[in-house]
Design a protein around this ligand. Structure first.
Ligand code: AMP
Length: 448
């Protein structure tokens, strides 16, 4: 509920708000994110990490409990057309194991042969459609493809948080044909975390932003500067700010077009914006390259900043330790190439510790998540050695799909949702239709 007591548009939209009667005996198209890593080749391919499949189980199980026939649709990888290495078959197998029931899968399932109540193969509870991107109509949001997809079901559940910002046939196109369109449990949970960050963050609210470039994150950075008590910058994105603050950054990665913007943000928000105080530099980006730790003001020509130094990790760690809410996205260094992963790993341990100490922590971005999961395990071992922590797993490590410029869309959508909930007019929107926006627009129409 919003502070005024009215339910927000997002709350109204979820699967849980539908009357179970509305679901019984209906065919439900569920857009899931089964874009999972695979290993092996040919017929031996198997899912190597089933985290995304597990994440969709609560929605699938709820629908089955309520008597729905479930039609699951996802993309897998980036095929240019039908590609035997990227069929959904291994995903169907893993889903079958996890659900403990049969999952119908057929390469031609989009034709509807296996969809319950549509073909002559009897009633089947769960169908997994073939990789949506085998058809160019998916990415193009082709109306004919969307209509065909929608014709397989009666209503639509969006549970692919990693994809719902994209305007594809399975995210936006189908919502023109199916009613109601609601968010699934996974999307609902992730949006709830955003709501908490936007509406009621425990103070101090600290954000840590890393990653390569500022370009895709500028709007988010501005949004965070408005909301947070402190924003710490690391990774490549800090370099442009270090340059704008008058430092030499040698051959480091910078966004030359954004130096002026960085300077003006430093002027306006200098007191809440925190930059690295020391950095790890090398002449070349290569595993095991000779590296040095230097003060942020002492980078020499010919050297590149490739990681945060230990004093920076300590300083950011101290902010996080005393925070009520922490939002972290993006590695503090070139995480993929040791030794430049050290800063991110050391910081992840500070994050995990802050989580245990009671901070509400939200982590986004594949690199940050990998680092914090590892940190969680490290602390898990410490626990076995006698430390007494009630919850060793970092909470809310689930914003992984909201990377880069894409979380901007989700943040803006939520703002719009809040405005709609207050009964005010949503601001005019540029034509950047996203999946979640598509869903939200429908909710506004209904809320109006
Ligand atoms: P992003 O997708 O924007 O979160 O960026 C993630 C990427 O940022 C990772 O691939 C890192 O290697 C890269 N990165 C982090 N720090 C630096 C740096 N100092 N210089 C160059 N790349 C970096």
């Amino acid at each position: 509920m919003t502070p005024g007591g009215a339910p927000s548009a997002l709350e109204r939209l979820s699967l849980d708000d539908l009357d179970p009667v509305e679901l019984s005996g209906r065919r439900v198209l569920v857009r899931v994110d089964f874009n999972v890593p695979l290993e092996g080749a040919g017929g031996k391919r198997r899912v190597s990490s089933d985290a995304r499949i597990r994440a969709a189980l609560p929605t699938i199980e709820t629908l089955l409990e309520r008597g729905s026939a479930v039609v699951l649709a996802s993309h897998l990888g980036r095929p240019k057309g039908p590609d035997p290495e990227l069929t959904m078959e291994p995903v169907a197998k893993r889903l079958e194991e996890l659900l403990g029931r049969a999952v119908a899968y057929s390469p031609d399932s989009l034709e509807g042969g296996l969809v319950p109540g549509r073909g002559d193969r009897g009633d089947r509870g769960v169908v997994l459609l073939e990789n949506l991107r085998f058809d160019a109509g998916e990415k193009a949001n082709d109306p004919a493809f969307a209509k065909r997809l929608a014709s397989l079901a009666d209503l639509f559940v969006q549970d692919a948080f990693g994809t719902c910002h994209r305007a594809h046939a399975s995210t936006v196109g189908v919502t023109e044909h199916l009613d109601p369109c609601v968010a699934g449990k996974l999307v609902q949970r992730e949006l709830a975390a955003f709501r908490r960050l936007l509406e009621s963050p425990g103070r101090p609210f600290v954000a840590i932003l890393g990653g390569a470039k500022i370009a895709g994150k500028l709007e988010t950075l501005r949004g965070l500067l408005e909301r947070c008590d402190r924003v710490c910058l690391g990774g490549g994105m800090a370099n442009t700010f270090l340059l704008a603050a008058g430092n030499e950054v040698g051959d480091s990665l910078v966004d030359p077009d954004l130096v002026e913007e960085a300077r003006s943000l430093l002027e306006r928000h200098g007191r809440s914006l925190e930059l690295p105080v020391d950095v790890v530099v090398a002449r070349e980006l290569a595993a095991g390259a000779e590296s040095r730790t230097v003060a942020a003001e002492a980078v020499e020509p010919g050297w590149k900043i490739l990681d945060a130094g230990p004093r920076t990790v300590e300083a950011f760690g101290a902010r996080v330790r005393s925070a009520g809410t922490v939002f972290w996205n993006g590695p503090l260094g070139v995480f993929e190439t040791p030794p430049f992963d050290a800063g991110t790993r050391a910081f992840a341990e500070r994050m995990a510790a802050a989580t245990q100490a009671g901070a509400y922590t939200v982590v986004g971005g594949g690199d940050s998540i990998a680092a914090i999961e590892e940190a969680g395990r490290t602390i898990g071992r410490a626990h076995e050695e006698g430390l007494d922590h009630p919850d060793l797993r970092p909470r809310n490590v689930f914003l992984q799909p909201l990377e880069g410029g894409r979380w901007k869309a989700a943040l803006l959508d939520l703002d719009r949702a809040r405005i709609a909930a207050r009964g005010a007019r949503a601001p005019a929107k540029k034509k950047t239709s996203s999946g979640s926006t598509g869903l939200l627009r429908r909710s506004f129409a209904r809320a109006a």
